[in-house]
Design a protein around this ligand. Structure first.
Ligand SMILES: [Fe+2]
Ligand SMILES: [Fe+2]
Length: 150
């Protein structure tokens, strides 16, 4: 993989995680259940850690640290989250489920690209986090966990 391609691809992942993090910020406001909220705050922190780790790699390969600004696609993801959040806790969770489908797909794609081994293992680690995020949100929706703690 060419260096410029590698940096471009890492920048795309940073944008994805910036968007994911900002969509968590919006959704968390609507999550009144303390346990679910704690999980989502932890997951947002994971995304922030992804941003830092990927940005470190970009710098290490001679690129510029990306800015922490939501992108155009981020507008759609977070805009969608805001709309769904108007529907309360369940709507916010459905929006986050959809957002996590996007992060899972993008990280799965990235894991199958020919990255150097140390970047590949970082991406695989992030993919594990994304899978955990999606699985938890799906379980909360399936079991309607907020009703049990209410
Ligand atoms: Fe992430
Ligand atoms: Fe995630």
């Amino acid at each position: 993989m060419e260096l410029s391609t590698l940096i471009d691809k890492l920048e795309d992942l940073v944008k994805l995680d910036v968007d994911a993090s900002s969509s968590y910020s919006q959704a968390i406001d609507d999550i009144t259940d303390p346990s679910i909220r704690r999980h989502l705050e932890r997951y947002q922190q994971d995304h922030e850690e992804h941003i830092i780790a990927l940005s470190d790699e970009i710098e290490r390969f001679g690129g510029t640290r990306p800015s922490h600004t939501p992108s155009i696609t981020g507008f759609f993801i977070t805009g969608f989250t805001a709309i769904r959040s108007a529907m309360g806790l369940e709507g916010a969770l459905r929006a986050m489920e959809m957002n996590e489908h996007i992060t899972n797909r993008k990280y799965e794609d990235a894991a199958s690209e020919g990255f150097p081994p140390e970047i590949h293992s970082l991406i695989t680690k992030h993919l594990d986090d994304e899978r955990r995020h999606l699985a938890y949100i799906q379980r909360v929706l399936r079991e309607r966990l907020w009703e049990q703690s209410a």
